[in-house]
Design a protein around this ligand. Structure first.
Ligand code: TK8
Length: 350
């Protein structure tokens, strides 16, 4: 009963927010009443993300809004929503399929619930660097993966960047593989992440991003893993004491659009939103890398204790999670796994 009441409250809040045209600042001039994605011929994109308004992901969304509204002379307007105002990565992706929302930019991990091949990006320690990730994501295998989304009533317009994920917790410094032992770690809703943390000896639990801060505050979980920019900009230093540079997964974001809305656009408009998602993505990735480089120091300034993982210990972690790759290869699709791993090797120049 309580769960039903809170679900009703959340959907009522989402409807109210949409009816009010989203984030006041970004959506000034909106006419408020907005039940569908078009008003008198003007097309409206309701774009929602899970991270807050200070994150490079939201700055990227505002850039997308700017380009689309300019290029279409206001024929298409973009309403932007941050901080999970419209839901979490999975529920917003479902809303795109239903046509009750037009854009969201989730991590690849939850997208794997819709297209399992996307789990390839969640294989631990797959990407050695951002440069290799850039090359692989621009490559044929990764671009073909975006096309698979259309089978699920979604259009993948571009890859954006979440970044290398690092562990935080409130129990103890994590420097060795033994330090993971029994730690209650929140993971994204993705079986590979769960399996990988189990292999490392932790006690992982899948959870929507929108529930994470409260779960750490209440001690439901001991820790979590995200890029430094998210750890800092979401104020996790208020509820976490230790941070380690595990860099265990590089998470791409995918800029998703509702296929129903996309198919309703003219060819020219489709090209405009496609180009805008790419251009805003390049802008977002640049900001994101600057943020991730800057914010570790700020986390230490805020009182978090930083642990650097030695190459030797990292190798132990890499070895420990190898079985996960074999276990999930068929679920993901052997062709996709082999294709991406080959692309990683080529990008590394081996
Ligand atoms: C925000 C999420 C977040 C992700 C996670 O909606 O769930 O931890 O890293 O960035 O996409």
């Amino acid at each position: 009963m309580k769960k039903l009441m809170s679900l009703l409250a959340v959907s009522l809040l989402a409807v109210l927010l949409v009816a009010c045209g989203g984030d006041d600042n970004a959506n000034e001039g909106q006419n408020g009443e907005n039940e569908s994605a078009s008003e008198g011929g003007e097309k409206i994109i309701r774009a929602g993300i899970g991270l807050n308004q200070n994150h490079p992901q939201y700055k990227g969304l505002l850039k997308f809004k700017e380009i689309v509204e300019e290029e279409t002379d206001g024929e298409i307007t973009v309403e932007t929503y941050h901080s999970g105002q419209l839901g979490d990565d999975r529920t917003m992706t479902e809303a795109l399929q239903l046509g009750t929302q037009e854009v969201t930019v989730p991590s690849t991990a939850p997208i794997a619930n819709f297209v399992p091949e996307f789990s390839v990006f969640d294989i631990p320690f797959l990407f050695p660097s951002e440069e290799v990730a850039d090359e692989v994501l621009a490559g044929d295998v990764a671009q073909d993966l975006l096309k698979k989304l259309e089978e699920k009533d979604l259009v993948g317009l571009a890859y954006w960047e979440n970044g290398f994920r690092d562990l935080t917790n409130s129990e103890r410094p994590v420097e060795t593989i033994e330090d993971f032992d029994g730690l209650k770690i929140r993971t994204m809703e993705n079986d590979i992440h769960l399996a990988a943390f189990e292999e490392l000896g932790a006690n992982p639990t899948p959870m929507a991003f929108t529930e994470l801060f409260t779960a750490m505050q209440q001690g439901t979980v001991d820790g979590q893993e995200n890029p430094y920019a998210t750890i800092y900009l979401e104020n996790y230093f208020e509820v976490q004491d230790y941070v380690s540079d595990t860099h265990h997964v590089y998470s791409p974001f995918v800029f998703l659009m509702s296929k129903e809305f996309y198919d309703g656009l003219s060819e020219e408009e489709q090209q405009i939103v496609r180009d805008a998602a790419k251009e805003a993505g390049e802008y977002q990735i640049k900001l994101n890398r600057e943020a991730n480089a800057e914010y570790l120091e700020k986390l230490v300034d805020e009182g978090m204790e930083f642990s650097e993982i030695s190459d030797e210990e990292r190798q132990k972690m890499v070895d420990a999670v190898q079985p996960v790759i074999e276990d999930f290869k068929d679920d993901i699709g052997a062709e996709t796994v082999d294709g991406i791993m080959e692309a990683v090797e080529q990008a590394q120049g081996e």
